[in-house]
Design a protein around this ligand. Structure first.
Ligand code: SF4
Ligand code: SF4
Length: 99
């Protein structure tokens, strides 16, 4: 996992199939989710609601479980691609992430 997170786009080959969605009405801009996100996929947006880099997010839900105002909901990823089934597929995905 440490090696996967070091890639520029870990979310494309290491993914749960879920995306976080942020409720702007509930978010209090505390940045807890940004601090907790393992692959550093979150930044604060201009409207004080976190923005997701989906090339980095792998759908772990750590952000959602730590949100003090329950502003984050995990939803099915609409364009989910199943993770690599073996080393060959993983290598191809890693190489694709370098482009
Ligand atoms: S943890 Fe929740 S309230 Fe805090 S910035 Fe993230 S979404 Fe907003
Ligand atoms: S689900 Fe949340 S904590 Fe996990 S990688 Fe995505 S943005 Fe980061």
């Amino acid at each position: 996992m440490k090696n996967a997170l070091a890639k520029s786009r870990p979310g494309i080959f290491f993914n749960s199939g879920f995306d976080p969605r942020f409720d702007a009405e509930l978010c209090v801009a505390c940045e807890t989710c940004i601090d907790r996100c393992p692959p550093e996929a979150l930044t604060m947006g201009d409207d004080d609601v976190p923005v997701v880099d989906f090339d980095r997010c792998f759908g772990c839900a750590v952000c959602a479980t730590g949100c003090p105002s329950e502003a984050i909901t995990m939803v099915n990823k609409p364009d989910f691609q199943a993770p690599p089934k073996n080393g060959k597929e993983l290598k191809a995905a890693v190489l694709a992430g370098r482009t």
